[in-house]
Design a protein around this ligand. Structure first.
Ligand code: IFG
Length: 538
């Protein structure tokens, strides 16, 4: 890398610039495009920050036409990760990148994805990656760790690696060792497909984007006042009628059970677990509008296309309500390989508190009877959470006595403070999309907190993880979703994955800026936050 400096340097810089050989990089540091391409991305650029990195200076592996991807013999899951990696890099490199079973445990060439030899510190989702001039070897205890390692490898390649068309390369990867593993087990994103409906292709794309940052759960908010989005065979009008509109009166839509299965399978191929939510007893106008008999007065309300909350409630005194919930949860549980069913429980302003508590307690038993673990918005701590029930905190302050006492009684908490993680909040007063009831949230706010020490009286051991909800009252398209999610979702993802010892806004801001060129190549419609320095090409 030539570094221009001083008078001679200035003259040669001007000459180089005039010949178009130099691209002005970061400040005074200038390198030619060819040099830019061979200067490997440093380990310190990866988002989320890796746990332990030991670069080997001067060592680079170059992915080339002869590079083979080797995977753990006998593991179809490892082969799938190999196929995923090949699927990413074949278009941009133009190389064949064959995927085949490794022949031994100490590969001497190519890129290997092995399920042996990983340190125990890697746990179930971590990995060890060794890069030498001859080979890249990613070792993990479980396939999810191989997938996480591939996300890191991806970021160590030039942004052009994200292209869907062949790029000139070269494709250097910096030498050294990374040992990496997550701080929290639950690292989630939520997509509200009820206020506005999004087709399977959009959900799959969002899954691909959150997978970049080692998110491992996607919570789908499948029902609300404005829409019911999942077909239930025993209650067909829920989707057909309850899914027929949206906020603003648009066309709505819903997932058939085959659609839902496709989303679940796509998520699983990215090692992401789907967490389905049926919000209740509030946020249920779409269901109540679909079946008159679900209403206490036997009269179905009209479909609702506004954005108010808190006005609806299932009829907690009718036995039919619990038959309904049992059948809905039963069908959903059968379609959901993950351990969780989210029952919502938020903003039940039209349900008497005593009725609410009895209702939540009974619904928890129904979910448990279908073999699933309950997640609910933290309002459910006002009932009696089962020992395994998880409460998702969405408050706007760092103090909540009821949540703290539930945590002290053993309830695990998913941290989603609305004023820090709600991706539908405007960045600032100039943001056209989104809302601002909780706060304006720019990326520094989204990053500037510690989930393990945020809620008073709720220590790290009570925190299952973090989740960034994306509510869609004001969002209608994939670009809308991307604009609100990026760059704030990677901030939440880093809080969920990286050791808190790496928490540093200045360093994170630089790493985040380096993601810009990748998002540009991917066609991802991110917000160019003024809090981040976005390099040339982003
Ligand atoms: N709060 C409501 C959501 C949504 C949100 C928009 C929760 C748990 C405001 N409930 O967040 O349905 O309307 O920011």
């Amino acid at each position: 890398m030539k570094v221009y400096g001083g008078r001679r340097g200035l003259a040669s810089l001007l000459l180089a610039l005039s010949t178009g050989l130099a691209t002005v990089g970061y400040g005074a540091l200038s390198i030619t495009p060819a040099e830019a391409a061979v200067t490997p991305v440093p380990f310190s650029s990866v988002v989320p920050a890796v746990a332990v990195s030991t670069p080997t200076s001067g060592v680079t592996y170059g992915i080339g036409a002869a590079t083979t991807i080797y995977t753990e013999p006998g593991s179809t899951a490892a082969a799938s990760v190999g196929g995923y990696l090949a699927g990413l890099l074949r278009p941009s490199t133009g190389y064949p990148l064959p995927v085949t079973a490794a022949s031994g445990s100490s590969p001497s060439d190519g890129i290997s994805l092995l399920l042996s030899g990983a340190p125990s510190s890697a746990g179930n989702e971590g990995y060890q990656m060794d890069v030498t001039a001859d080979a890249i070897v990613i070792r993990a205890n479980r396939p999810a760790g191989l997938f996480a390692g591939v996300q890191t490898l991806r970021q160590l390649l030039p942004a052009a690696a994200e292209s869907t068309t062949a790029q000139p390369g070269p494709w250097p990867v910096a030498g050294g060792r990374i040992v990496d593993y997550p701080r929290f087990a639950y690292r989630g994103a939520m997509l509200d497909v009820a206020r506005h409906f999004f087709p399977v292709s959009t959900v799959e794309r969002y899954i691909d984007e959150i997978a970049l940052y080692k998110i491992n759960h996607l919570h789908l908010h499948l029902s609300d006042d404005q829409g019911w989005r999942i077909a239930v065979n025993s209650w067909p009008d829920l989707a057909v009628h309850g899914g027929s509109t949206a906020v603003g009166g648009g066309a709505g839509g819903y997932y058939t059970q085959a659609d839902y299965q496709q989303i679940v399978d796509h998520a699983a191929s990215r090692h992401i677990t789907i967490v389905p939510e049926i919000d209740m007893p509030g946020h249920t106008n779409a269901a109540l509008a679909s079946y008159a008999e679900l209403n206490c007065n036997g009269v179905a309300p009209p479909l609702y296309t506004g954005t108010d909350v808190g006005f609806s409630s299932l009829c907690t005194s009718k036995e039919l309500t619990y038959t309904f919930i049992d059948q809905v949860v039963g069908e959903l549980a059968a379609l959901t390989p993950g351990p969780y069913v989210h029952i919502g429980g938020d903003e039940a302003s039209s349900t008497q508190p005593a009725d609410y508590a009895a209702f939540i307690n009974r619904v928890q038993q129904i979910v448990a009877a279908h073999g699933k673990t309950v997640v609910g918005w933290h309002d459910i701590v006002n009932a009696t959470p089962l020992p395994s029930t998880v409460a998702q905190f969405w408050g706007t302050t760092s103090r909540n006595a009821a949540v703290t006492s539930a945590a002290q009684r053993g309830t695990k908490i998913i941290m989603s403070p609305a004023n820090l993680t709600y991706l539908d909040m405007k960045y600032n007063s100039r943001t056209t999309l989104g809302q601002n009831w909780a706060a304006y949230i720019d990326v520094k706010n989204a990053y500037g907190w510690n989930p393990g020490a945020y809620l008073s009286g709720v220590g790290e051991s009570s925190v299952l993880g973090v989740e960034a909800p994306l509510w869609t009252e004001t969002l209608k398209t994939l670009p809308d979703l991307e604009y609100m999610a990026f760059p704030r979702l990677p901030a939440i993802a880093e809080l969920g994955w990286s050791p808190y010892s790496t928490h540093d806004w200045k360093a994170f801001g630089q790493r985040l800026g380096a993601q810009g060129p990748r998002w540009r190549v991917m066609g991802l419609n991110y917000y160019r936050s003024t809090q981040v320095t976005w390099p040339a090409g982003s």
